[in-house]
Design a protein around this ligand. Structure first.
Ligand SMILES: [Zn+2]
Length: 497
């Protein structure tokens, strides 16, 4: 019998964390038919000897809500072996969307063109499917977007009526298949919310078994308070708590991730479901306006910052703020002021070198740590290389070169662990009956090639990526197969109305 695809002689890491074993994998009609010794011929046959076959990687921290519409080939993720992105993170999601509302504000300016005439998750999924995306997407519903939809950017607590309207938006998204509720409590307007508001909204995810994913209120001097708040929200709302891009920002806080992980461990030991994710870099990235108070510009932060994209001053792109300042005989803080007070200055994206390399390793050693790129899919200028390199970087730098985590364990944390946590039904494992999302790579050469100066380089060593049974990418070049599906929490894939 002839089936769609047979991958022969691979070293298989099935996503469980167990050791690799040699075998063939049969794929037909979007599913893995058998694992072991192939008894069928494939219309397409792949000789995988010497290569490792794993389930497709899950990027649990993506901001690709708009990219799925604007760049449906999703090449920057696909080439890394990513077959599913969880979007709607940091409290910013494409939905709910209101025709009268400025989408850039509701999306925090990082969703890169989440445009369309949709208003809810069903409509968003249909808009994405109409573009034939190359990979799968799952969605969180974001607090900042929900709040901006109801209250605009009002720096105050919601009234009871407003809170009820916010709750109904969260509930509706959960009913339509979102996997949880996210916050970005460092950003506007989330930063104006009290803990009680977040608990009430997160509670709407509980009946659906959804999770609470958070960019915490503080990742620097008050990191530990923020962890306590996160744990309290998870407990009070009765939901799984997931800490996004765990870090201790700023030199004086380096090393604190150990204390914060100790609190997470204590909560887990007491039976509370808590997980985390991290990106394998020592720089963060975001909208510059969110990091500064113009009345008191943080000079240290300005010194540690580089410009990713800047419509107001395109010639600043790819340069450290301190170098721009030196060239003009002024201070880094004054350059920040110049950018942020210029027309369109608010759209500036920056990259800030504020994380300790040892903390990245500490994070990656933790068994509850997953991998999330946090990439902002703004392809103009010089974006943070994490958008193009995160997953190969974990495998090349932290597994092979430094031995921080074993290969089977790293694969588990990038596949079955996120699939179980975020509710991707039938994904994240290589086993008969599972959806055929697969990545074939060379563990001896896999590497990220994206750098801060050349951030858009695709990775090396990712030989083949299969999405829903279709070969979507070969040696970092997309094949044109666009078989991505919209995934609903713990339900079958959504294939459109
Ligand atoms: Zn964030």
């Amino acid at each position: 019998m002839t089936i769609d695809l047979v991958i022969r002689g691979a070293s298989i890491l099935d996503g469980s964390g167990g050791p690799a074993f040699e075998g063939d994998v049969e794929v037909d009609a979007g599913l893995i038919r058998a694992v072991g010794t192939a008894s069928s011929a494939g219309r397409e046959e792949v000789d995988a000897r010497g290569l490792t076959l794993a389930p497709g990687f899950v990027d649990v921290h993506a901001h690709d809500d708009g990219a799925f519409i604007r760049h449906p080939d999703m090449a920057f993720k696909l080439a890394q072996g990513v077959t599913t992105c969880v979007c709607g993170n940091c409290g910013f999601s494409a939905i709910p969307a209101s025709p009268g509302l400025d989408r850039a504000t509701a999306g925090g300016g990082i969703l890169a063109g989440a445009e369309g005439d949709f208003t809810d998750l069903e409509g968003y999924f249909d808009a994405v499917l109409a573009r034939a995306p190359a990979i799968n997407e799952m969605m969180l519903v974001g607090h900042n977007t929900v709040r901006a939809t109801i209250m605009g950017l009002e720096p105050r607590a919601p009234t009871r009526v407003e809170l009820d309207r916010m709750r109904s938006h969260v509930r509706e998204a959960m009913e339509q298949g979102a996997c949880g509720f996210s916050t970005g409590l460092i950003y506007r307007p989330g930063r104006w919310s009290q803990t009680d508001e977040v608990i009430e909204l997160a509670r709407e995810a509980a009946p659906f078994g959804g999770l609470y994913a958070t960019h915490m209120r503080n990742e620097a001097d008050h990191l530990l308070d923020a962890v306590e708040e996160t744990l309290a929200i998870g407990r009070e709302a009765g939901v799984h708590a997931h800490i996004s891009h765990h870090k201790a920002s700023g030199r004086r806080n380096w090393g604190k991730v150990k204390d914060s992980l100790a609190r997470v461990d204590a909560a887990r030991a007491a039976g509370q479901p808590v997980t985390l994710d991290v990106y394998p870099y020592t720089a963060g990235s975001g909208r510059m306006i969110e990091y500064f108070d113009l009345a008191a510009i943080d000079a240290d932060l300005a010194e540690a910052m580089r410009i990713a994209s800047c419509p107001a001053f395109p010639d600043f792109e790819g340069r450290m703020v301190r170098d721009i300042a030196a060239g003009r005989g002024t201070s880094a803080a004054e350059i920040v002021r110049l950018i942020l007070t210029a027309p369109r200055g608010e759209a500036t994206l920056c990259i800030q070198f504020t994380i300790d390399e040892a903390d990245v390793e500490t994070n990656l050693r933790h068994p509850a740590m997953m991998v999330g790129s946090d990439g902002i899919p703004e392809l103009s200028g010089k974006p943070h290389p994490r958008l193009f390199g995160t997953f190969p970087r974990v495998l090349g730098e932290y597994v092979r070169r430094r031995g921080v985590v074993s290969l089977p364990e790293a694969v588990r944390r990038m596949t079955s662990a996120p699939a179980e946590t975020f509710g991707l039904l039938g994904r994240g494992r290589i086993e008969a009956g599972a959806h055929a999302d697969l990545v074939l790579f060379d563990p001896g050469s896999v590497a990220d090639l994206a750098t801060y100066d050349e951030p858009k380089r695709p990775p090396a060593g990712i030989a083949l990526v299969v999405v829903n049974g279709r070969v979507a990418c070969r040696d970092a070049v997309p094949t044109g197969e666009r078989a991505g599906q919209m995934l609903r929490y713990r339900r079958e894939a959504y294939v459109g109305a």
